[in-house]
Design a protein around this ligand. Structure first.
Ligand SMILES: NC(=O)c1ccc[n+]([C@@H]2O[C@H](COP(=O)([O-])OP(=O)(O)OC[C@H]3O[C@@H](n4cnc5c(N)ncnc54)[C@H](OP(=O)(O)O)[C@@H]3O)[C@@H](O)[C@H]2O)c1
Length: 245
């Protein structure tokens, strides 16, 4: 049997950007499956809220308030994991930022901001997490990319570049970590009903958006899937969109 429903129970996951949107849905989904959690983000109040929501399941949950761009954050996260849990099985690099701007108006500061949050931070969180994931014997990394990590949309040049960068190192990491039985995946959604899409694509009808819980379901599936097949990337598109684009 490839899927075991209780396979996640007792595991430890780090979910970045868990204060709202997709990260919140992933954190709650994993808690409901018995996964112990370290969650992070910048909003103290929202982290407390997620701890309370996820805390109704019988899991251990800790939060760390941190800016993912801060160069000290990856090491601090690993310290917290070692101190509170003594291990890490699943790393979900979800924290992300985006804005819509024409290419010609994009400033060096805009570029740096998105590259730092969407590409540099997950790169260094992965780097710090690898020793713990190796100890796990069956670790997984899920990098939340985007449809613009493989395509290009107008007004999203810097965002698209940052997600392409994320995809680039994800592909290499999948190969380098394979000998340690660590699976590395990318999930690339189209428009998901979160605050981010409200800002980026107010033209999309709310009822046409993918739900954050659907992305969380895919992450849950990836973490459970330990068969003979390796899954590289899962693309999710809106039901109103065109398949294979
Ligand atoms: N929504 C979509 O349509 C869509 C589509 C494809 C891919 N994605 C990707 O999915 C992921 C989640 O996006 P979302 O839609 O859930 O966005 P969101 O609602 O804006 O949430 C973003 C999350 O990232 C955290 N974050 C952002 N900047 C941070 C920073 N500097 N330091 C620490 N945490 C930071 C936020 O927490 P704080 O504000 O508390 O720090 C928040 O928890 C992102 O990687 C995004 O690129 C989204």
């Amino acid at each position: 049997m490839l899927q075991k429903s209780d396979q996640l129970k007792g595991k430890v996951a780090l979910v970045t950007g868990a204060t709202r949107g997709i990260g919140k849905a992933i954190a709650i989904r994993l808690a409901s499956k018995g996964v112990n959690l370290l969650i992070t983000g910048r909003s103290v109040d929202k982290l407390c809220e997620i701890c309370n929501l996820a805390g109704k399941y019988e899991v251990k949950i800790h939060s760390l308030v941190a800016d993912i761009k801060d160069p000290d954050t990856p090491a601090m996260l690993m310290e917290d994991l070692r101190y509170h849990f003594g291990k890490l099985d699943y790393l979900i690099n979800n924290a992300g930022a985006a804005f819509a701007k024409p290419f010609e108006n994009t400033t060096p500061e805009d570029w740096d901001y998105l590259m730092n949050v969407n590409a540099k931070a997950p790169y260094f969180v992965c780097r710090e997490a690898i020793p713990l994931l190796k100890e796990s014997q069956s670790g997984s990394i899920v990098n939340i990319s985007s449809v613009v990590g493989r395509l290009g949309y107008e007004m999203q040049s810097a965002y698209s570049a940052s997600k392409h960068a994320l995809m680039g190192f994800t592909k290499v990491l999948a190969k380098e970590l394979k000998p340690y039985n660590i699976r590395v995946h990318a999930v690339a959604p189209g428009g998901v009903a979160t605050e981010m899409i409200d800002r980026m694509r107010p033209d999309i009808l709310p009822e046409e958006l993918i739900q954050p819980e659907e992305v969380a379901e895919v992450v849950d599936f990836l973490l459970n899937f330990r068969g003979n097949a390796i899954i590289d990337q899962i693309n999710l598109r809106r039901v109103s969109g065109v398949p294979w684009q």
